[in-house]
Design a protein around this ligand. Structure first.
Ligand code: CP3
Length: 360
């Protein structure tokens, strides 16, 4: 078992926020943190009244994302209220296709709607580089957030993994089994590979921009990795993520990266660690924690994995869920999180209760 102070062999000290100042960075560097760091995926969002108020004032979601003052304020809201160990940049994974020229809107209660990209011709109409007028606003927000955040709070940047972003671009919206994207993969492999390549290149640049602007680490969300077969998982989730991590580390050799392949099995998670060299893996609530820990816990930090529904249920279901996660990961480089994003209907009092239980 690792002892406090033992780092992963491959790790180095980080230049900006020093590792010793933040338990999340301690975990990402392979140390057993002084206390369990905690943040929540989608921690800035509709379950917070202050978010809903600002969203109304901004008028629409993309205005929030591209107005550095608004993005900064929304990022800081959950930090002020709950004092999480990390803030996550307020933005969206669909900013990348938008900055390549896709039309994008978010209808209240309906989710995203994009112009579809389904053929080589469609892809040819998109840019090969991100529109600096759009992503420049995101980098500006990152710099402002880093300046305004408490020194002891880590700032996470993020992007979607190429596979997950491709599912939205191909279908033009969310879908349950990602049939449109899987069909495109089968019917038109040349188009599909070109789309993934475009997303690898632009997502790498996007993460580099965020890290240069002041993000302390980045997370890559592969929310739809779980619909892929084992072979497809390696080819379309792991390999593109590995290429992004390599490209980022060419520019920023000590960049810290969390991979979150939702729905991945242990062989899939192992492939991600082996091939992509991520510093942490995000786990959803369906994984076998002990099996993952014994296979991978000495090599990467483990992030997760409370079922977000337990946070809605509260009471015993919540307490038991928290305790089991803590028990299974005690003594590991563990970052407490949910197994997926917090849902809008979650009572704020349950989040407060979770933090009290975690921090004693
Ligand atoms: O985590 C955070 O608080 C930072 C901000 C963030 C958002 N989206 C804000 C958002 C992050 C990290 C994301 C990631 C994201 N976006 C993912 C990956 C994580 C996941 O949940 O699986 C995905 C798949 C998207 C795409 C997306 N954006 C969808 C499907 C939707 C609609 C459904 C939903 O969850 O609301 C969005 C909209 C969105 N992104 C909102 C927020 C706060 C709600 C917008 C609103 O105010 O109406």
């Amino acid at each position: 078992m690792k002892r406090p102070g033992d780092g992963f062999p491959q790790d180095q000290e980080k230049a900006g926020l020093r590792v010793g100042e933040n338990p999340l960075l301690q975990a990402l560097n392979g140390h057993v943190p002084v206390r369990v760091p905690v943040w929540m995926m989608r921690q800035a969002g509709r379950y917070l009244p202050e978010y809903r108020a600002l969203r109304e004032k901004a008028g629409d979601f993309l205005t929030l994302c591209y107005t550095p003052d608004f993005a900064t304020e929304v990022t800081l809201q959950p930090i002020r209220r709950f004092g999480f160990d990390a803030a996550i940049l307020f933005s969206d994974i669909l900013v990348v296709p938008h900055a390549l020229g896709c039309e994008l809107r978010f209808e209240a209660g309906e989710g995203p709607r994009l112009s579809t990209t389904g053929t080589v011709d469609d892809l040819g109409r998109l840019a090969t580089e991100l529109d600096p007028a759009k992503v420049g606003k995101v980098y500006e927000a990152v710099a402002r957030i880093r300046a305004d955040l408490p020194k002891e709070t880590a700032l996470l940047g993020f992007c979607g993994a190429p596979w997950t972003v491709a599912t939205y671009m191909i279908a033009g919206r969310g879908s349950d089994d990602q049939a449109p994207a899987r069909l495109a993969m089968m019917r038109d492999p040349i188009f599909f590979e070109a789309l993934i390549d475009r997303l690898v290149e632009t997502s790498s640049a996007y993460l580099i921009g965020q890290l240069k602007a002041g993000a302390d680490a980045v997370q890559i969300f592969d929310s739809w990795a779980g619909v892929l077969s084992p072979e497809e998982f390696v080819r379309w989730s792991v390999q593109p993520i590995a290429r992004i991590v390599r490209a980022v580390r060419v520019k920023i050799p000590d960049a810290k990266v969390i991979g979150f392949p939702k729905g991945a099995t242990l062989p899939g998670l192992t492939a991600l660690v082996n091939e992509a060299g991520v510093d942490a893996i995000g786990l959803d609530w369906t994984v076998d924690r002990r099996a993952v820990r014994s296979a991978l816990g000495a090599r990467v930090a483990l992030q997760g994995n409370l079922d977000p529904l337990r946070l809605i249920a509260g009471g015993r279901a919540l307490d038991q869920g928290i305790d089991r996660v803590l028990d299974d990961f005690r003594g590991a480089a563990h970052i407490f999180n949910l197994g997926h994003g917090i849902r809008p209907e979650t009572p704020i009092s349950h989040v407060e209760h979770m933090l009290k239980r975690l921090r004693g």
